[in-house]
Design a protein around this ligand. Structure first.
Ligand SMILES: [Zn+2]
Length: 463
């Protein structure tokens, strides 16, 4: 029995994945703050987690995946003021767009998508527990988590106290006992969103929502907490501190989440993606220009923990790769891959067991495709089975080959004419009149039709 090996940020090691309850595997991922369109970095997190969940679902009978929506945040308030769209309308609009854009990348909806604004009561309860356990204090309408009280603070990020001070937002904050202390609750005004509490009318600090929603939806402890690597500090460090301190679990940080799973950054043409450079790539724009499946494979082309260098070339290369895979599937169209019970090739699966090593898996799929021309019938069945089954886990190759390749639809010439021309061309080739054959190919091309000679005959597609 093979074991899934997964990198755990909590101890920076590759560990055997041993779920707390193998009949109910539970995963929480920090989702988007919905004030604008998702960029390709957000998409990487969603796609990588979608892969993780698909793989876990292959291994375990029940997997619950929760990913939240942050619908209260300073950025949302600013965006609402700038656009003159009420906060609720703005967050609903961008939640819908986020889910639609991710669906274009083959990302399934999480089992639950809790919203921060619907969990204020749970957040207030955690604050009360933290004050009761003397990890939090109230000052001038603010409630703060007192970081020095939680001795294991810094364990996830490996940041020592000096680095924590530099990393915590430097702001003039007379209400802070210690520079690393972070906000659990802050005052709000009548014109801004807020909720009544015993510390006055206010709203929660961002970190609190994930402690509240993960506990509410999954129970503690759960198996995997994930998110982009940019969230390790301070967001995830603070979540651990809040959740463990609220339950007085001060030594065992696994009392919150057993494994911490983080995906790497996306750079754009070798540069860090940032507003100031102006190189932010939005999924909403990319899906208009490229096929979602090609974008998805491009996002999976690097190992999830490595930085991914996002370029037009990478998208194109992955599109070409999918063309090849689909062409192979087209070639195997009449082969029945499900005529007997089969298992996925161990060698290909090994890559996934090995901390979701997608480059290795994709390389194996290429090896498989290269074998088709020399394969006998039995081998062809196996090749098709593996392409389709691994495709399901990677979230690719589930379309009809004709649909991907664009075969069978022509914009400019009617089908009868195409078939007539192909027939004439084949006749010309049989009679070794290659000039005529070439001219017909050109004529078709001018009409927007590309032809390809396969062992099963000539096929065509519109370009
Ligand atoms: Zn979070």
């Amino acid at each position: 029995m093979k074991t899934f090996k997964i990198h755990n940020t909590l101890n920076n090691k590759i560990e055997n994945f041993e779920p707390i309850d193998s009949s109910n595997v539970r995963v929480y991922a920090c989702g988007p703050t919905v004030y604008s369109y998702a960029h390709i970095g957000n998409a990487r997190m969603a796609v990588v987690n979608d892969l993780l969940i698909r793989f876990l679902k292959m291994l375990y009978p029940k997997v619950i995946y929760v990913s939240n929506i942050t619908d209260i945040d300073d950025k949302i308030i600013t965006a609402s003021k700038e656009t003159n769209i009420p906060i609720r309308d703005l967050t609903q609009k961008f939640t819908k767009i986020y889910n639609e854009d991710m669906a274009m990348l083959g990302v399934s909806l999480p089992d639950m998508q809790p919203k921060a604004t619907e969990h204020i009561t749970e957040m207030i309860q955690i604050i009360e527990k933290l004050i009761g356990n003397e990890f939090a204090y109230e000052k001038d309408g603010h409630v703060l988590f007192h970081v020095p009280a939680f001795k294991k603070y810094g364990s996830l990020s490996g940041r020592n106290r000096d680095e924590q001070i530099i990393g915590s937002r430097v702001e003039v904050a007379p209400y802070k006992k210690d520079p690393t202390d972070f906000i659990l609750w802050k005052p709000s005004t009548a014109s801004l969103p807020g909720w009544e509490s015993r510390w006055g009318f206010g709203r929660p600090g961002w970190h609190l929502e994930c402690s509240a929603m993960s506990e509410k939806t999954l129970g503690l402890p759960f198996d995997i907490h994930s998110g982009g690597a940019d969230l390790i500090f301070p967001h995830h460090e603070n979540e651990i501190a809040q959740s463990c301190a609220a339950h007085n679990k001060l030594d065992d940080l696994c009392a919150f989440s057993k494994y911490w799973f983080h995906n790497g950054f996306v750079n754009i043409e070798g540069e860090k993606m940032s507003k100031s450079v102006g190189n932010i790539k939005l999924v909403h724009d990319l899906v208009k220009e490229f096929k979602g499946e090609a974008l998805r494979l491009a996002l999976l082309s690097a190992h999830y923990r490595q930085p991914l260098n996002w370029t037009i070339d990478i998208i194109k290369q992955n599109n070409i790769m999918l063309d090849r895979f689909y062409r192979t599937l087209k070639e195997l169209e009449n082969i029945n891959a499900y005529n007997e019970k089969r298992e996925i090739d161990e060698k290909i699966l090994d890559g996934l067991y090995d901390d979701l090593n997608t480059p290795k898996v994709i390389a194996e799929l290429n090896v498989l495709t290269n074998k088709v021309s020399k394969a006998d019938h039995k081998e062809k069945e196996k090749i098709k089975f593996n392409l389709l089954e691994i495709g399901k886990i990677l979230g690719i190759l589930q379309q009809k080959p004709n649909a991907w390749l664009g075969y069978g639809e022509s914009k400019n010439i009617d089908e009868e004419t195409i078939q007539r021309l192909i027939k004439s061309r084949n006749e010309a080739r049989r009679n070794k009149k290659f000039d005529i054959a070439d001219n017909i190919r050109k004529e078709l091309k001018e009409g927007g039709i590309e032809i390809e000679d396969t062992p099963d005959g000539t096929i065509w597609r519109s370009v």
